[in-house]
Design a protein around this ligand. Structure first.
Ligand code: GLN
Length: 554
């Protein structure tokens, strides 16, 4: 316990219903604390039984966010990084499934020395251990750890998490632990009133498990009058100044500014006996970003041709990164989500769908559905000289497009679907005999078959990529099984594909470009995971710049 003696823990729970934006709430509070010069780490406890969200469908759970150390995590970790600029790690996201598998593995090894293994204390101890572990920010102990408890208070699933944080309050004391409860104050049109009862009940649920919230953050679509706040304070057993509204806003990046105005930062500091006057909050960078969002000088439209188009959360980091890419140009980025399958059904739809588009992006993806449609969209972008960015699957499909339509390998494809004669994209074990040797790298055997997390990449001088990154070595995050087959490199090079980024051992193509195109770039990694509103990713910045020039010429 001594290592964490001075760290302050803020536990965020949610009540009434899900999707109240606890992740944005925690991230925005972190932005306020950072603005006052504190260091902060955010982490999330997820109540589901999957060991990690890697196996969950983006339809159900939204995007899988990948950390630099190669963990597949909840999409809220993406918000944490975007609002704080601090890289998240495997140790920042834990699920019930992971906790149980750790405890059961220990039990099988006999580590519990014959004890009956139970939820309390064994599961709760494992949860507490996770909360208290790796609490540094870049090597130094964090001032604050903000812990988001997934799910909704009252669910059976999250009970062990609530019990663990209740115990931590006793272990660490109230001076180092704060409970913040995010709730909903709905407006009932028939009564013409805001209703506080759901919040009262969800606070009572928390009190039933021994937790008294210190701050109530009330989501609401209209102003919460003083009487309603007084009532909430009274029934929820708290100071009125600790009942803080969280109104709906146009952009999530406005939330830190709103919280600041409504006194959240001050209330948190006062709780921990910190004088807010001694820690003024500098939010000038956020103000600049919000100003651009509200008063853009230009506008551009990017067509994203993908698979999970009905659920915006499936491409959360991507849509955020595109938005960030507009900031340095003071431009608003419209995203047109296009389902790749429609091109397969009717080729003629391509020209129509992509008519008013200033840039085409093919995002990461898996499987056969929509793949051929994405290839058709890539061909269209290449031939019509429309700015093009391919990400992960988007690069693999761009390679297939070039192989088939330029290099003349009519049956080029990926072993991810079908059984192509020319395996331009495949598992490394499938490449050929030499490829087999390549796979025996030291990373193999460390888990799944995916290449996950941050890997270095060497850029070719004078390439578009080199101009954009202004550096010869970059590090980017990966999440894929298949790789562009190195044995087709020279053939593709002869027909105008530039391999401008390679793994340090020169075996894995990481970035490709086109000789005959003003802005055509495809990358094997996921740059969207490391873009931040206050520090947009250079690839997205350049892509949006190219789309703006294209729009001007049109
Ligand atoms: N499906 C491809 C692979 O596994 C690409 C994955 C992705 O786009 N993230 O290699």
């Amino acid at each position: 316990m001594s290592k964490t003696a001075k760290i302050k823990f803020i536990f965020i729970t949610g009540g009434v219903l899900s999707s109240l934006g606890k992740g944005i709430a925690g991230s925005s509070l972190a932005a306020l604390l950072l603005g006052s010069g504190f260091t902060v780490r955010l982490r999330k406890l997820d109540p589901y039984l999957n060991v990690d969200p890697g196996t969950m469908s983006p339809y159900q759970h939204g995007e899988v966010f990948v950390t630099t150390d190669g963990a597949e995590t909840d999409l809220d970790l993406g918000h944490y990084e975007r609002f704080t600029g601090i890289e998240t790690r495997q140790s920042d996201n834990i699920t019930t499934g992971r906790i149980y598998s750790q405890v059961i593995a220990k039990e099988r090894r006999g580590d519990y020395l014959g004890a009956t293994v139970q939820v309390i204390p064994h599961i709760t101890d494992a949860i507490k251990h996770f909360i208290l572990a790796e609490t540094d920010v870049e090597g130094s102990s964090a001032d604050f750890i903000i812990v988001e408890i997934g799910g909704t208070v009252g669910d059976i699933e999250s009970l062990p998490f609530l019990e663990a944080i209740r115990q931590l309050r006793n272990d660490l004391g109230p001076s180092l632990t704060l409970f913040m409860h995010v709730t909903l104050v709905p407006y009932i049109a028939a009564a013409g009133e805001l209703k506080t009862k759901p919040s009262q009940h969800s606070v009572r649920e928390l009190q039933n498990v021994g937790i008294q919230p210190n701050i109530l953050l009330c989501r609401c679509d209209r102003e919460i009058p003083k009487e309603a706040r007084t009532k909430l304070a009274l029934f929820c057993n708290m100071k009125e100044s600790c009942v803080i509204p969280a109104y709906d806003v146009k952009s999530i990046y406005e939330v830190p500014l709103k919280y600041y105005m409504d006194g959240l930062g001050t209330e948190v500091m006062q709780y921990f006996n910190i004088d807010p006057a001694a820690r003024p909050t500098d939010l000038s960078k956020w103000k600049k970003v919000v100003n651009i969002i509200k008063n853009p000088e230009k506008e551009v439209t990017i067509g994203v041709v993908g698979k999970y188009m009905e659920l915006a959360d499936a491409y959360k980091s991507l849509s955020e990164a595109l938005t960030h890419g507009g900031f340095p140009h003071k431009a608003h980025v419209n995203i047109k989500w296009i389902s790749a399958s429609i091109f397969q059904e009717e080729r003629g739809k391509i020209a129509n769908e992509l008519k008013n588009i200033d840039g085409i992006l093919i995002p990461g993806g898996f499987g056969e559905r929509g793949a051929e449609g994405k290839i058709l969209a890539t061909q269209y972008a290449r031939e019509k000289k429309i700015p093009f960015l391919g990400i992960c699957y988007g690069m693999q499909l761009a390679i297939i497009e070039a192989a088939r339509n330029i290099a003349g390998l009519k049956d080029a494809g990926s072993s991810e679907y079908g059984d192509p004669e020319d395996l331009v994209v495949g598992l490394m074990t499938q490449w050929d005999k030499d490829g087999n040797k390549i796979l025996r790298s030291k990373k193999e055997g460390l888990g799944g078959t995916m290449r996950l997390g941050s890997y270095p990449c060497i850029l070719t001088e004078n390439s578009l990529a080199h101009k954009i990154y202004k550096s010869s070595t970059i590090h980017e995050r990966h999440r894929h099984r298949y790789e562009v087959n190195i044995h087709y490199k020279s053939l593709l090079e002869k027909t105008g594909t530039i391999f401008s980024g390679m793994s340090p051992n020169n075996l894995l193509p990481e970035i490709i470009e086109r000789e005959d195109h003003p802005w055509f770039l495809a990358v094997q990694f996921h740059p969207e995971f490391s873009s931040r509103p206050l520090n947009p990713h250079p690839l997205f910045k350049s892509f949006i710049g190219a789309a703006l020039s294209y729009a001007n010429k049109k």
